[in-house]
Design a protein around this ligand. Sequence first.
Ligand code: ADP
Ligand code: MG
Length: 345
Amino acid sequence: MKKQAYLLISLILISLFLLTACSPAKPFAAEDFAMGTVINQEIYGADAQKTSQEVMAKIKALEALMTINAPGGDVNRLNDRAGNGYVALNPETISVLKSARKISELSNGAFDVTVGPVVKAWGIGSDNPQIPPDAVLKKLVALINYTDVHLDEANNQASLQRPGQIVDLGGIAKGYAGDVAKAIYQKNGTQSALINLGGNVVALGHKPDGSTWSIGIQNPRSETGEVVGVVHVSDQAVVTSGDYQRYFEKDGKRYCHIIDTQTGYPVESGLMSTTIVASSSTEADGLSTATFVLGLTKGLDLIKRYGQAEAIFITTDKKIYVTKGLQGNFQLKDARHEYTYVQEG
Ligand code: ADP
Ligand code: MG
């Protein structure tokens, strides 16, 4: 009797295991940390675990190339040679610098990866954020100029024009990592997957049942990560920049981690968050930062000029602007009725 009971339990366990392993209804979920953020993957189909590991290994390799926080990578070698000619770089770094230039041109320099010296002076991302003296900022702002990044694509090299200039890819590298993850999913035959790199989401395909992915748009002032809305997408990147992820407070004032490239001060553009929905995660990342700097009106104008993106902007006076192409796929979930929904024409 005892033996039979064991057998029965084993059989139930085995079938349960087989059910979960084979069922397309449940994705393989993985969580890890890289590029300064938690990274979550949800992968449906065969070889999901192996694919998730391949994606994480690749993201860590990209981080080593593009981080400003550890010596030896491409970005650090480029910065160390500022004012001293070309440095050989990985083609992927060149490609990210090229995408960055495109967004800089479109945004008239609101997005600019040469913002590095100013980011450093504020200690953004460090343990000791501080308010630099105004005179220091004035000098450092003069070093910001994306046209000083020279790209020699034929020979995979780049240079920075002036000594002291610093490239910081913090506003675009996670977006690029999202595109690379998607390419790995596709190469491995995955048809449904989602990756979230700290607010930088890329959805591949639909869910296996044909439904869309639901991506939560965070309430920028919720301590507990509540959402104010949900956007339904397939095969799109959904990238958010906000003043609530990384900021510090001094004398009751909030200083966010995105810099106004005109003034050298943390942005106060009347926005709390910008979310961009587009097929390129790299460009969506650049655009989310750029529109955050530009504010509502100029930000909406940038999205129109770009032509291949939709946007959700949340203003400090608690209005949620959603662009036309997204309105049918956006659901307000504002449980406390704090926000006003504005359908942007
Ligand atoms: P997050 O990294 O939190 O997702 P963003 O994509 O908006 O947010 O990137 C913010 C980062 O980009 C900053 O931490 C800094 O490294 C860099 N950055 C700050 N201001 C600018 C700017 N005006 N243009 C380009 N990069 C910026
Ligand atoms: Mg960005």
